[in-house]
Each structure stands twice: as structure tokens, then as C-alpha cells.
Design a protein. Sequence first.
Lengths: 110, 116
Amino acid sequence: DVKVTQSSRYLVKRTGEKVFLECVQDMDHENMFWYRQDPGLGLRLIYFSYDVKMKEKGDIPEGYSVSREKKERFSLILESASTNQTSMYLCVTVGNTEAFFGQGTRLTVV
Amino acid sequence: AQSVTQLGSHVSVSEGALVLLRCNYSSSVPPYLFWYVQYPNQGLQLLLKYTSAATLVKGINDFEAEFKKSETSFHLTKPSAHMSDAAEYFCAVTPNYGGATNKLIFGTGTLLAVQP
């Protein structure tokens, strides 16, 4: 079974903190994605990466950055967390026309 | 560019009634299309997918969807709703040319309620 593992299930951070969300996949997929899920808004694409050290902005990249130093690991970085970044964050990898989801990280910024 | 529109953020049906969840897509290239389901407090689960083979796609739990190119639609149906079908459903699209930079674009979701 494909595993997409996000480092934390729940996080509480303070406004202004730098936050790292880590994601690791074990299927050697090139494409990895970070989404945030909010009620009524569905899943919105923040950033994606199609190769090591490559990244592309999604639809809502403001306030975020990413890092892909190794193929299996894709990190989402909140440079200075704000309360409007309170959300569920989902890491996704895609292979052979199917998407595989991490369990999600529910981030609360206080 | 691709986009997905799900008509109706909330749909309510009676147990045993037909379920119809609507999805329209926009894509400049032939698409792959997906339906995902998310049960309360759980992750997303693939229901079914269209990958340019048969236009009528059958998925898990008796759900099916039909790809209609002329209508740019991929509506999800189930003949008889069960209480256990209550969940949020997401339609998604990605281009099928297998490019390295394919994005998977989701709709805003439809919350299905099933009344006894």
C-alpha cells in the first residue's frame, strides 16, 4: 500500500511563528502537492512539485513556501503564521492516474 | 487550464431515493475525472475515476458516473441512497496527457445528507 505520511495530525502554533509541515511518501512518485481544505471552499492547491528542487505555485501560494530536497519528502513552510492560515492541510502524491492522500494536519494558529 | 464546478453545496435525499451530485468541468485538453468521498472525520477516499476508457464508470458502493463530453459533465449517481452515504463528495480533474506538471484540481464539494 502507498503510504503518505504527514508528520503531525494536530498542531497549535502562535501568530508569527515559522511552521513546518512535513510529508513523506514511499512510492517514488514525482508529483507531490499541498492543499488546504476549508468548509465550503473544497481543497485549494497551495504548491506542488514535480521533481526534486522543483516547485510550482498553486492557486493560493501567498504566505507559504515549500521545500523538496529529496524525492520522497515535500515540506510546506508557513514563514510567519497568521490566524487565517488555520486550516486542514493535506499532502497528496499522484501516480498512475490515482491520488494518494496523507491523513491531514489540522493546524490552529492562535 | 482546468476547473471544476459542483452545483449544490448541500444536497438532501431520503433513504432509498436516487442520489445525483453534479459536476461540470472545464479543460483545454482531454481530462481525467475523479469523484472522492470524505466521511466525517476521515480522509478522502477514491469513489471512481474516468481515464478515457468507458464513459460510464462504476465505483464502490453502487455509485457510478457518466462522462459526457458534449455537456462537459461528470455527474455522480446512485440508484438508492443509504444512511451510510452521508458524507462530503468532491469532484476533481486533471489533464490526461501525463505531463510532469499536472495539477489535480478539486471542486468545492457537495455535502450529502440522507434523511430516514
